[in-house]
Structure formats: structure tokens, C-alpha cells
Design a protein around this ligand. Structure first.
Ligand code: HEM
Length: 127
């Protein structure tokens, strides 16, 4: 029996379009601007590699940068519940833009909700 690989269902092209649509929203979001660099090209490149493996595709991020340890990599940045919500809203809008729909979207987004919650390292009132 064959396992469904979300990366194969979504495809590289749509995944890259999704990440680009996502960071163009991050660049304009008032809650996110303060913690992201002005030039988002490097983080967009890393995110394409990370999400490829997150969705069951080739281990591009790990091969280039080592173990993801995403929570640890986010510790230098103040990730508040408010910013996690903003991040997820940018992602949801980006999914709309690239017409990612149905079960594949719902399962991908639900996982991102959990991962985003896991990244929170600062209470709202301290940011
Ligand atoms: C890097 C913010 C959630 C994946 C970063 C950076 C920031 C950030 C500020 C560093 C950018 C830089 O200076 O280069 C946030 C916020 C989140 C969030 C506010 C809200 C919860 C996530 C989630 C994922 C993710 C859910 C994955 C599913 C990444 C990746 C990088 C990154 C792959 C690049 C890491 C590297 O430098 O190798 N994020 N992030 N982030 N984030 Fe997030």
C-alpha cells in the first residue's frame, strides 16, 4: 500500500508560490515586521527547503543546515501568541492565493497551527 506524500500532492511549484505569497504578506504585517529582516529572500529560501521536508519530500533543509530544531532556532526572536496568530493568518491568505484547498490544505494548516504554537517563547505583554 502506498502512503500519500503531501509534498507530491502539492508539488514544488505550488509550494514555492505559497512561500513567496506568504513572505510578501509577512513583509507588510505590522506585528511581524519588527522581528523579520528587511530582506526576506534568505528566510524564504530556507522555508522552501524546510517545508519540502515537513511535507514528506526530500530532506533539503537538514542536508544544508543540520537538524531543524525549529523551536531553538526561533528562541532569539520574540515569538508571542499574537505573532503566531499573525504568522498563521499570513499563511492562510497565502494558501487562498495559490488555491490550496480541501483535505490537503486542512491537514497542512492544522499541523502548522501546532508548530506555530510550539514556537511561542514570549508572552504577549512582554513584547
Ligand atoms: C525563521 C518568525 C513560525 C519556519 C524565522 C525568523 C523569524 C521567524 C523572525 C528569522 C528570520 C531571520 O532573521 O532570518 C516566526 C514567527 C512564527 C514562526 C513569528 C510564529 C509562530 C514558524 C513555523 C515554521 C517556521 C510554524 C515552520 C513550519 C522557519 C524557518 C526559518 C524561520 C525554516 C529559517 C530558520 C533558519 O534560519 O535556518 N521565523 N516563525 N517558522 N522560521 Fe519562523
Amino acid at each position: 500500500e502506498k502512503r500519500i506524500v503531501p509534498y507530491e500532492v502539492i508539488g514544488e511549484k505550488t509550494l514555492h508560490q505559497l512561500v513567496d505569497a506568504f513572505y510578501s504578506r509577512v513583509a507588510k504585517h505590522p506585528d511581524l515586521i519588527p522581528i523579520f529582516p528587511k530582506d526576506l529572500s534568505e528566510v524564504a529560501k530556507k522555508q522552501k527547503m524546510f517545508l519540502t521536508q515537513y511535507l514528506g519530500g526530500p530532506q533539503l533543509y537538514t542536508n544544508a543546515y543540520g537538524h531543524p530544531m525549529m523551536r531553538a532556532r526561533h528562541l532569539p526572536h520574540e515569538i508571542t501568541p499574537k505573532r503566531a496568530k499573525a504568522w498563521l493568518s499570513c499563511m492562510s491568505e497565502a494558501m487562498d492565493e495559490v488555491n490550496l484547498e480541501g483535505t490537503i490544505r486542512e491537514e497542512f494548516f492544522s499541523r502548522l497551527v501546532l508548530t506555530a504554537r510550539h514556537m511561542v517563547n514570549t508572552p504577549d505583554e512582554l513584547s
